[in-house]
Design a protein around this ligand. Sequence first.
Ligand code: SAH
Length: 463
Amino acid sequence: MPKHKKEQEATIRVGQQMTLTIKSLGINGEGIGYFKRKIVFVEGALPGEVVHAEVTEAREKYATARLLRVVEKSASRTVPPCPVYKECGGCSLQHMDYAAQLASKQEIVIESLRKYARLPDPPVAPTIGMDNPWSYRNKAQFQVGKQNGKLIAGLYQAGSHRLVDLEGCLVQHEATTKIVQAAKKIIEELGIPVYDERKRTGVIRTIVARVAFATGETQLTLVTATKEIPRVKELILELRTRLPELVSIAQNVNPQKTSLIFGNQTVSLWGRPSIAEKLGELSFDLSARAFFQLNPEQTKKLYDEVKKAAALTGKELVLDLYCGTGTIGLWLAPYAREVRGIELIPEAVEDANRNAARNQATNASFHTGRAEVLMPKWAKQGTRPDVVVVDPPRTGLDDALIRSLLDVQPKRIVYVSCNPSTLAKDVAKLLQRYEVVSVQPVDMFPHTSHVECCSLLVRKDEF
Ligand code: SAH
């Protein structure tokens, strides 16, 4: 190794203090600066700022540092309105004003496409934000625990197992907060034991509250370690008395030692098993376990972007890959000849087909399987989709699926992504046959670093 390189690597060590200029925002919302050409992540620092920081971790390729002092403040810096912003792991951008959050999310997508897809000037539109970026979440999923003998419910601190009690949460819809707080109080008053992870004793693990934005119906699900809940009759009576707006009370039993929230068994404790929700013209029945997008207002905007990108005329066969409960496919079905969805989880596929029937989408069907297995299989049987929509998990598309897309060559690929890095890496592979026409970021989770994108890829000979 040349001497100067060795010297360079030895320049950063834990405990070292440094002054950095922050250049951009990382995918987890941290500020990114450079010290002796090494990348340094500083949580809480904003682009354009000069900060003083102390190194907490020094790796070969990067270092992380703790923000000590902002020397030159960004004009986008705001005081986070949430009192537990620092402790709670839920949000990571509340210290940045909303317009700047939207701009930096657009920038993150542009940078990813430059870096991984080698597009010098990617066509990324400004992020579609919310008029009021608060109270947008329709579901609260709070872990229950004990702190100094008091029952608490909330989220774990980022990167730790310390539970932060949340008496209110600014990004949660007020209806969910009211339910969680009332449930917490009643459980404590009745002395129903809280589950203790280490000792594996107790009952109540998680409080899940969900509200249907369109109808106002609400649902409470208590996740318990045991099938039996002591004083369950009084519990239900108190819940109904103090929360008359509840339509559905359910119990999910999860006896396992696991970080997964839900167990396999769900029973109705009182009322209807599901609540009714609407998205645009579509209606959905949401049972306790049914997946539904968390920010309905932005979901509608995202799906409208998908519809615009798909540019349907009524003649097309559309594949909705990674379809979940079929919402994107059903959004497109009125404008297509046929929609076929593929989803890995059988329960979600059942929900999707039920949703299709409920909305009289007779040209839509949903199938259980892996997209990368079923799509090539259908292709062999002669299926030739005109438009393929993909909405994969954070890991992006499987290589076999990319090969199948390059083999089948639909005119349009609409790529819905929640991870700009994997989006860009997948796009890079599709560039041999496709042109990236537009990329539209949509802010599904204001004040967090998440970025959702709807990208349109058009086959080169159609372009
Ligand atoms: N399009 C849906 C949900 C997208 S979330 C919506 O808008 O609501 C991604 C989905 O991909 C999840 O439901 C997950 O179960 C599913 N999934 C993960 N890996 C898959 C695979 N290999 N093939 C098909 N579906 C998969």
